[in-house]
Design a protein around this ligand. Structure first.
Ligand code: SAM
Ligand code: ZN
Length: 463
């Protein structure tokens, strides 16, 4: 159950806000965080610089010890990757990934088992973020890497122009919500396939076979002077009569050729969309939705994501909401929403934007405008009764397990043992003492997001 009202904008660090949101209470998260681009953005993006312009760049001074411990405890392998990124790339990347990972961990906690998450980023940090997403949401739950062609005007005389953003899409489990989305057919495909038009206002159509591929004795009859096909027709005489009265049958000039069915282009759902999105234009200076927010994303992009991964009434969270594109899109599609941004400027823009959208008369926004809550506090969880894991659980387990790995039973120093969720968090296992054990690195990686039974089976094969 959600403990935050629909249509709430929080102006506060999203880590504090998300820590106050009930577990398993959100259906869909879209996040468009700062990308570690080392560029200046006008809108402030870090708590230290709140209210002022801020660089999208991180240093290890921004990292709290508590975050490092939390990552080491829950995702020891990822902790190694982050440290390695610090050596291989830069300390800035290490700091950025730490900052992002603790937030991703809260997102994983607040999403329902049927939920989904979309992380919008660009190639600057995408390949490092993918590793963090795999660890936190489970690599089995990775669904797609969407490439969005975000601009057509960019040109670069010394490089292939970088025109794409990347959106990582993960589900929380195998039991996730999915509504396939359709787009326009390729004009070339339409041109070659929908070749006919009767100029009766019904538009172009293509012709389909009306003969049955399998033997159907009960569909063998003569139709308008055309003998039954050897295996029968595809339709009963009743359906044939209806199709004929609707003008949907095209008759050939010879009785030896077969009549065919007209399929109209405007009745087709469109091309089923894939992970390459080239049909969503950037928010240009002409666009009605333009707010001048430096990193504003198009409504069409958010509407596509929200339609595919939520149903009406579901709760959408955008923890880096900026000028609240995701919130406006959610509202237009009848979803509930919560937006979080650290910048007060963002809230001003949200309100300004809602006014503008109202005057555009696009949706039922007047009602919405009056009912948006503006909060600067962090919410308080109402499900906190759920037992939490104790702080010194690692030491306690080390003694309880007689200093041994719970899998292979080899005795090891504590620092070589890693905390493992017996039922993985990606499979709904709770973060409580009773669901924790210490494993050596080999056992932990062998088990992965699987069960102890699986690990035991692998161990018995290993000897
Ligand atoms: C790339 S922008 C998001 C743009 C948004 N998708 C839109 O369409 O307007 C990133 C946002 O994250 C916000 N932000 C940065 N650090 C934050 C934090 N710790 N908590 C909440 N918001 C933060 C920034 O203020 C900025 O508005
Ligand atoms: Zn072991």
């Amino acid at each position: 159950m959600s403990n935050v009202a629909n249509r709430t904008i929080f102006i506060r660090d999203n880590l504090e806000v998300m820590r106050g949101v009930n577990s398993a209470s959100v259906d869909l998260i879209y996040l468009d965080p700062p990308f570690n681009s080392k560029r200046m953005f006008e809108a402030p993006i870090g708590s230290r610089a709140a209210g002022a312009a801020f660089k999208d760049a991180w240093t290890l001074d921004d990292v709290k010890e508590e975050w490092v411990t939390q990552i080491e405890d829950d995702h020891p392998a990822l902790a190694h990757i982050i440290t390695a990124a610090g050596k291989a790339h830069s300390e800035g990347m290490q700091a950025y990934l730490t900052w992002m990972t603790v937030r991703l961990m809260e997102m994983q906690r607040v999403l329902k088992p049927t939920g989904s998450v979309y992380l919008h980023c660009d190639p600057t940090a995408a390949h490092y973020l993918k590793a963090a997403m795999d660890a936190v949401f489970g690599s089995d739950n990775f669904r797609s890497e969407i490439t969005w062609k975000r601009t057509t005007t960019h040109s670069d005389s010394k490089n292939w122009a970088n025109v794409n953003d990347i959106i990582f899409y993960y589900a929380m489990s195998d039991n996730y919500l999915w509504n396939p989305q359709h787009g326009k057919y390729d004009p070339e495909y339409v041109h070659t396939k929908y070749r006919y038009d009767d100029d009766d206002g019904r538009g172009p159509y293509t012709l389909d076979n009306m003969t049955s591929p399998n033997l159907r004795p009960n569909m063998m009859y003569e139709w308008q002077g055309h003998a039954s096909p050897p295996r029968g027709w595809r339709y009963s005489m009743e359906t044939m009569t209806r199709l004929d009265s609707e003008g949907r049958i095209r008759y050939p000039d010879s009785k030896r050729k077969r009549p065919r069915l007209k399929r109209y282009l405007n009745e087709m759902p469109g091309r089923i969309l894939d992970n390459l999105w080239t049909d969503i234009a950037p928010v240009n200076s002409q666009a009605k939705e333009r707010t001048n927010y430096p990193t504003q994303k198009p409504l069409a992009l958010l509407e596509r994501i929200i339609k595919a991964s939520s149903d009406a009434g579901d709760l959408v969270l955008d923890p880096f909401c900026g000028c609240a594109t995701a919130c406006i899109a959610a509202e237009r599609l009848g979803r509930q929403w919560i937006g979080v941004d650290i910048s007060e400027k963002a809230y001003e823009l949200v309100i300004e934007r809602m006014r503008r959208e109202v005057s555009l008369g696009d949706a039922d926004l007047p009602a919405l405008f009056g009912s948006v809550s503006h909060r600067t506090d962090a919410p308080k969880r109402t499900d906190a009764a759920a037992p939490r894991r104790s702080r010194n659980i690692k030491e306690r387990l080390y003694i309880a397990q007689s200093r041994r790995c719970a899998g292979c039973r080899i005795e090891l120093p504590a620092r070589l043992l890693e905390l493992d969720h017996i039922t993985p968090r990606s499979k709904g296992g709770p973060d409580v003492d009773a669901n924790l054990q210490l494993l050596c690195g080999w056992c932990n990686r062998t088990k992965g997001a699987r069960s102890n039974d699986y690990l035991r089976e692998r161990l018995s094969r290993a000897v």
